[in-house]
Design a protein around this ligand. Structure first.
Ligand code: C2E
Ligand code: MG
Ligand code: MG
Ligand code: MG
Length: 281
């Protein structure tokens, strides 16, 4: 019986693998077409300063709706884009769209920053920095309003190159955030070498903060060390007032999450900006 079960299990696994390969191929084909037809869009989620309630930035998040596949989540298509090299085109498209949108918001009276996620495959491209500079020139966005979000694990896996890259971004005047902070292997001391501007505390910590006292202690410590190095600290995935209160008690600088707003199309995001401006001033 055990043998039979093992055989079934094997068959099950190979079918799953096969399906995965097929799904990947389908996503690759459809993604290539979506990029050609400019069917990828960008949604924006506000990042809010806790002390003032002001929106200080919007995070650009890629969105893809395919006729056959339906809404495809970034968690599904970003890895495929990375594996197939399509990330180059996708990344350039998102960056350009987001920078142009941010510039438009400036012209409309909202001088906020724009956070753009970038993957390791992108930044390791020889001409990545040229692409960034060109995009800034083309859209007219000042470099200090662009914030690139890089994940902690990707910096740690490429520590030597990463230090050089981040120095280069610094020299361009572009800001750097470490995304998903706390989920990788980094030691906080690395932050100094990387000269990052901001760390984004991963939502897994935010979820724990109201449940476990030690989690709150960890967040408090991260914020304190971050501040001692001149780094801004933002918490992502904030969903409740209770979480917000805890983050405030930890002296966290900024928050982002469904409690404030979901990622939204540009027009809705601008309406949100107008509404918060009105409620504050
Ligand atoms: P991320 O950069 O860490 O983005 C945060 C994710 O959490 C987003 O998922 C966002 O929609 C979601 N989120 C925001 N607030 C909340 C909340 O309160 N609760 C919960 N449960 N989730 C919240 P999304 O849009 O599905 O993106 C997933 C990941 O895909 C991103 O994680 C980022 O790593 C990647 N990604 C998205 N767009 C791009 C892109 O244009 N380029 C690259 N390279 N990666 C991207
Ligand atoms: Mg991000
Ligand atoms: Mg994150
Ligand atoms: Mg993430």
């Amino acid at each position: 019986a055990a043998k039979g079960a093992g055989g079934n299990q094997y068959q099950f696994f190979s079918e799953t693998l096969n399906m995965k390969a097929q799904e990947r191929a389908a996503i690759e084909r459809a993604l290539r077409e979506a990029l050609e037809k400019e069917q990828i869009s960008v949604h924006y989620q506000p990042q809010i300063q806790l002390k003032t309630g002001r929106v200080v930035a919007m995070e650009a998040l890629a969105r893809w709706y395919d006729e056959n596949l339906g809404a495809v989540a970034p968690a599904r298509f970003i890895p495929v884009a990375e594996q197939t090299g399509l990330i180059r085109e996708l990344g350039a498209w998102v960056l350009k769209t987001a920078c142009a949108q941010c510039k438009q918001w400036h012209l409309n009276g909202h001088p906020i920053a724009i956070s753009v996620n970038v993957s390791i495959k992108q930044v390791m491209q020889e001409d990545f920095s040229e692409m960034v500079v060109e995009t800034l020139l083309e859209t007219g966005l000042e470099p200090r309003f662009l914030d690139l979000e890089l994940t902690e694990s990707m910096l740690m896996d490429n520590a030597a190159e990463s230090v050089a890259l981040l120095r280069m971004f610094k020299s361009l005047g572009v800001k750097i955030s470490i995304d998903d902070f706390g989920t990788g292997y980094s030691s906080l001391s690395y932050m100094k070498n990387f000269s990052v501007d901001r760390i984004k505390i991963d939502q897994s910590f935010v979820r724990d903060i109201t449940i476990r006292e030690d989690a709150a202690g960890i967040v408090k410590a991260i914020v304190a060390i971050g501040h001692s190095m001149g780094v801004t600290v933002i918490a992502e995935g904030v969903e409740s007032k209770e979480e917000e209160a805890k983050l405030r008690a930890c002296h966290c600088d900024e928050v982002q999450g469904y409690l404030y707003a979901r990622p939204m199309p540009a027009a809705e995001a601008e309406a949100y900006l107008r509404a918060t401006d009105r409620s504050i001033s």
